[in-house]
Design a protein around this ligand. Structure first.
Ligand SMILES: Cc1cc2nc3c(=O)[nH]c(=O)nc-3n(C[C@H](O)[C@H](O)[C@H](O)COP(=O)(O)O)c2cc1C
Length: 247
């Protein structure tokens, strides 16, 4: 039985159980509009942050891993297709360096088709326990075939077969399509599945970063880094300009 929730008032609802069979104990009294928390764990200042956003990201990512937040490597990827329709999904970061942020997927998926039509994208990490968000924007390119091959062959066998078995984002008639495909490709490739041409890595090359640290009374810290021009010696070079944004 479904449980309905209401904004702003006490929910007058029918309670039932979730699809996992867990009883919905809170639904009679859940007032969504009153759900809030105060963010008080840390602060982010100009003095204590890195001038280079990649170093700042590395520090926060390492702290998320060390802090054992659930799936610290999960990030939301937003794309906009050629019809200007935005869409989001979660993917796993598989690497980051001065070239950008890397993940792997099916090039023919919804996100892959969107990126083929419009290469600009945004990434977001939300490390809830640390009261931190990182937003990254930029242009997306495919990683080299060598990089995609190297990562593909580092994956467990069932994941490599899965890349063949799942026509990601396409409508399938039933789950048995996946099971049948997995058996078919497993028998075909045995222990040595090659990387499918439709599967590999993307790299987002950042031109903007934002680091958000929750603070008390909704006076959060937000530091944005954008590519600007710096004059050094005789010439100019690209440099990150760090600015504080109002929360
Ligand atoms: C924690 C988590 C990690 C995921 N990692 C990936 C990933 O690295 N690559 C991927 O293609 N899909 C990943 N997915 C599945 C995607 O969220 C999504 O369902 C899939 O890529 C299809 O998205 P699309 O139809 O928008 O292209 C992940 C999902 C979750 C919940």
């Amino acid at each position: 039985m479904a449980c309905s929730y209401q904004l702003g008032t006490k929910a007058e609802s029918r309670c039932g159980s979730t699809t996992l069979g867990l009883p919905i104990l809170a639904c009679m009294s859940t007032d969504i509009a009153s759900l809030r928390k105060s963010y008080e764990r840390a602060e982010l200042s100009e003095d204590a942050s890195h001038a280079d956003p990649l170093q700042q990201f590395e520090q926060w990512f390492n702290e998320a891993v060390a802090g054992e937040v659930p799936e610290p490597n999960a990030m939301t990827l937003a794309t906009v297709d050629s019809r200007m329709r935005p869409s989001t999904r979660v993917v796993l970061i598989k690497g980051f360096d001065a070239r950008g942020i890397t993940w792997f997927t099916n090039f023919e998926s919804r996100k892959g088709l969107a990126l083929a039509g419009n290469p600009f994208a945004a990434l977001q990490f939300h490390w809830v326990e640390l009261e931190r968000v990182v937003r990254i924007e930029g242009r997306v390119e495919k990683v080299s075939d060598e990089e995609s091959d190297a990562y593909f062959h580092s994956r467990p066998l069932d994941s490599r077969i899965g890349a063949w078995a799942s026509p990601q984002s396409q409508v399938i008639s039933s789950r048995s399509v996946l099971v049948t495909n997995a058996a078919k490709y497993g028998a075909k490739f045995m222990l040595q599945p090659p990387r499918p041409a439709h599967w590999g890595g993307y790299r987002l090359v950042p031109d903007q970063w934002e680091f958000w640290q929750g603070r008390k009374s909704r006076l959060h810290d937000r530091l944005r880094y954008q590519i600007g021009k710096a004059t050094t010696g005789g010439g100019t070079s690209a440099a990150w300009v760090r600015e504080r944004l109002a929360p």
